[in-house]
Design a protein around this ligand. Structure first.
Ligand code: HEC
Ligand code: HEC
Length: 396
């Protein structure tokens, strides 16, 4: 009997093989679970892990913001000309576009921008992508929206260094601007308010192109690789990034000290404190969006990083960057949301792959033809202005 019921050797081998197969497929199913959980609509994604104090908004694709009544085709077109026109600077050499170039992620690709007389500022030129969603502008949030910002770079001694009344007179003396001002505002005169609204209307058209991540959340579940999805999972959980980089733009639009204020050292920048004078704002900077990173480097308010892996290693250590030379006594405290992460090399690579999937080459915007100086304007304008150089630049 015993021998009868006992399976033959070949049967036993088969059983063992089947068991092994089941075991392997269970392991495979288990290993794929996290990735699979993301390949479905967002409400089925694994839960987010953020600190209790944080009001988090899920990642996703941004929806177009509502338009202002002054945002028309005509104001946008006028604004585009003004944005590219170096005659808005005292030297006649620098336009907004000199530091905000669509081919450089709408920044200038430099650590610090060279402004009037090639003087270097102390901050990295910010990308203008998606500026429509941002409220407190500049790294320290000192400008309260676009309308409050536009005239500042024109007048800043480190940027375009211009005297506003002189620029208004100059624009009003250029015949070719009369028609565009008239079409935009019903009257051909340039005024500070019209220059502001024109340029703002143009900036409000600058958005990121749809990234692979957007296709993924839109239902194309093959748009991200397994590695990128593992990175997305880390971003939402163990890597703690969502504590500050959340919502469709991957920013909370808040200010934090992450350890890069260089307190007491050559490049000290106390950030938000300069705008508010509040003790608790020392060293805080606005959380930047993480869309289109490959185009917006160098990164951080001081353009210190050109290497994404370096940034991730720094976060992994709980930002010990400054402490490699020891934080100076009195250094403002780091955000309590920053702590060491314990990510492996593979996990850092996954996270980096995810970050890159949030980008797509921004649309290139060409400089429009600019109206030439009128004869009268050439003789009455400052001697540094060179009418021929403008007509050359205006060739499209
Ligand atoms: C010399 C280079 C330079 C020029 C010229 C320049 N910018 Fe900037 N821009 C910068 C820098 C640097 C910053 C960041 C400054 C800071 O945070 O203190 C910036 C920030 C900005 C921001 C803030 C974006 C954000 O997300 O907060 C906007 C908007 C902007 N510039 C628009 C303009 C416009 C419009 C012009 C022309 C009128 C202009 N810029 C001219 C260098 C420049
Ligand atoms: C405490 C809030 C906070 C957390 C948590 C956080 N960040 Fe940041 N992040 C910031 C702030 C603020 C800056 C700008 C700091 C500066 O310029 O000094 C920044 C800058 C960056 C930049 C540079 C972007 C640019 O355009 O210059 C990258 C990349 C980045 N963070 C990725 C991450 C990743 C990935 C994680 C998770 C591992 C993370 N951050 C976690 C607040 C945070």
């Amino acid at each position: 009997m015993r021998t009868k019921t006992r399976p033959r050797k070949s049967q036993r081998n088969l059983c063992g093989f089947l068991r092994l197969l089941i075991l392997l497929s269970t392991v495979a199913i288990h290993a794929r679970t996290v990735v699979d959980e993301y390949r479905q609509t967002q409400e089925h994604w694994p839960p987010l892990q953020v600190d209790e104090s944080v009001q988090v908004v899920e990642l996703g694709s941004p929806t177009k913001p509502p338009k202002y009544e002054w945002q028309t085709r005509e104001t946008e077109q006028l604004g585009r000309m003004l944005f590219f026109d170096p005659r808005l600077s005292s030297s006649g050499q620098l336009a907004c576009a000199s530091c905000h170039d669509s081919q450089l992620g709408w920044g200038d690709g430099k650590r610090f921008s060279a402004g009037h007389d090639r003087q270097e500022g102390t901050r990295n030129a910010m990308s203008l992508l998606n500026v429509a969603y941002k409220k407190q502008l500049f790294w320290d949030g000192r400008a309260d929206g676009l309308l409050d910002l536009i005239l500042r770079p024109i007048q800043s001694p480190l940027e375009m260094n211009a005297d506003l009344p002189t620029i208004i007179d100059r624009l009003n003396s250029i015949d070719g601007y009369r028609q565009p001002f008239k079409e935009a505002f019903g009257d051909d005169q340039a005024t500070p308010d019209r220059i502001t609204k024109g340029i703002a209307a143009f900036l409000l058209t600058i958005f990121s192109s749809k990234s692979r991540f957007d296709h993924f959340v839109g239902g194309d579940y093959e748009a991200l690789t397994d590695q990128e999805i593992r990175g997305l999972h880390l971003f939402r959980t163990k890597a703690r990034c969502m504590n500050c980089h959340h919502g469709p733009l991957l920013t909370d639009n808040e200010f934090h000290h992450t350890g890069l204020s260089y307190f007491g050292r050559r490049f000290e920048d106390l950030g938000r404190y300069q705008a508010t004078n509040q003790e608790e704002d020392r060293g805080k900077f606005r959380t930047p969006s993480l869309r289109d990173l490959p185009f917006t480097h160098p990164w951080m308010h001081n353009g210190l990083f050109t290497d994404l892996t370096g940034i991730l290693r720094m976060y992994n250590n709980g930002i010990t960057f400054n402490s490699s030379v020891r934080y100076r006594p009195g250094t403002p405290p780091l955000s309590p949301l920053i702590e060491p992460l314990g990510l492996s090399k593979e996990e850092i690579a996954d996270l980096e792959a995810f970050l890159i999937s949030l980008s797509r080459t921004p649309r290139h915007v060409f400089a429009p033809a600019l109206p030439p100086m009128t004869a009268e304007a050439t003789t009455t304008s400052e001697p540094t202005l060179n009418a021929t150089s403008f007509s050359k630049e205006s060739e499209d």
